[in-house]
Design a protein around this ligand. Structure first.
Ligand code: GAF
Length: 387
């Protein structure tokens, strides 16, 4: 939907008059999975699709919240804006962010009419919820002149996910949605929150996203269990080497310490995290040198580690990745995001993209009975006002 059409939809609900349009993107992570909440490195980019928020301040004392993607709409008094609703209500992502402003004593002093619309496929592991949180934060911050910087909005959005959705996520998704830059990936140290925008100039190669259409839902998945398993690994290592998180260990150190983790499952989880951080660092180095082939090999290894040691891939993602790797022009293929369903990310040579989509799609459907979807990714900017 074009912005003009969205504004017409807004006027259908709320009447004519001035309104402002904000946008925040979804993200695709190229490498560095399940490392963010371990203080490691990630390498995501913002997408050109995401969530739009059209907003008009009013003189009322209530917020009206609607989404073209959802059936339920809400009318909430200003004093109700920071309270969570029942689990599963989409408005929680919005209220969760408003609640963070409130903790800093920043309260909207008048009402607003708000319409959301998103074109990130839900459950595709491409951060539709982060894009909704970040667009809310950016819009409320600017409209009510709260004066917060973009990084604070990113942090508010992560807190909203913890407190209002119950997912103890790292900061990657909200960071990519807030801080992304067109044609760049973000090389982020999730411990220090230092980052570098790395230009993505993939000559003759496209980033192809494969949506398994096998719903991934972070709160229902085992995401929080993985977070807890990593904490258990830290605890087991601590008597021998004091660390606050697994990101403090390089692989050589981990190899010498891994026997301190008695539980084989916990050891495997930790091995994924430590090896993935090292892979991510290497991958970024290779990309900077223009070694796409090496980058692709590391993507493949990342998936294999997520499958064997971290066990977050599942049948659909594995099936799509296996099919992708059979295509001659595939440089690398892996799952992206939290896993347990969702999407794959693939580097595919231009002249093979069509064949990739056709053959991978066909094999995937034959093996799973599900029809997948494919998008050639465009890397866009982070959250901002667009009109
Ligand atoms: C999800 C989470 F929200 C991120 O913080 C990150 O942990 C990712 O899964 C796995 O890398 O998208």
């Amino acid at each position: 939907m074009q912005v003009n059409e969205l504004k017409k939809e807004f006027e259908k609900f709320y009447g004519d008059g001035e309104c402002h349009v904000y946008f925040s993107p979804g993200r695709v992570n190229l490498i560095g999975e399940h490392t963010d909440y371990n203080g490691g490195f990630v390498f995501p980019c913002a997408l050109s699709f995401g969530t739009y928020c059209i907003l008009r301040k009013t003189n009322n004392d209530y917020f009206q919240l609607r989404s073209l993607n959802q059936k339920k709409s809400y009318k909430l008094r200003l004093d109700e804006l920071s309270k969570p609703m029942e689990k599963g209500n989409w408005a929680n992502y919005v209220l969760g962010v408003i609640a963070q402003f409130a903790k800093d004593e920043l309260f909207p002093d008048s009402g607003a009419d708000i319409l959301f619309w998103g074109n990130v496929p839900n459950g595709a592991g491409l951060s539709s919820s982060a894009s909704l949180e970040v667009v809310t934060g950016v819009a409320i911050n600017q409209e009510y002149r709260f004066g917060k910087d973009q990084l604070s909005i990113v942090k508010y959005s992560q807190k909203a996910e913890h407190e209002f959705a119950g997912v103890m996520c790292g900061i990657m998704d909200q960071f990519a949605s807030g801080m992304g830059k067109k044609d760049h990936a973000i090389y982020l140290n999730c411990d220090k929150l230092e980052y570098e925008l790395v230009p993505i100039k993939l000559e003759g190669v496209k980033i192809v996203i494969g949506n398994t259409n096998s719903p991934h839902s972070l709160d229902e998945s085992k995401y929080n269990e993985r977070v807890a398993e990593c904490q258990a690994a830290v605890k087991a290592i601590n008597p021998s080497r004091k660390i606050a998180n697994l990101g403090e260990l390089c692989l050589t150190e981990f190899n010498s310490l891994e026997n301190t983790i008695e539980d084989e499952l916990i050891r495997k989880r930790a091995r994924h995290v430590v090896s993935e951080i090292e892979r991510t660092q290497k991958a970024v180095e290779e990309l900077k040198k223009g070694n796409l082939f090496e980058f692709g090999q590391l993507m493949n290894k990342s998936h294999d580690s997520l499958r064997d040691d971290y066990e977050v891939t599942g049948r659909e993602l594995d099936c799509m990745v296996n099919a992708a790797r059979k295509i001659e022009g595939t440089i690398g293929s892996r799952m992206t995001g939290g896993g347990f369903g969702g999407s794959t990310v693939n580097l595919v040579k231009d002249e093979f993209v069509e064949e990739f989509i056709e053959k991978v799609g066909k094999e995937y459907t034959q093996n799973t009975g599900i029809v997948g979807e494919f998008y050639v990714a465009e890397i866009g900017d982070g959250g901002k006002r667009i009109e």
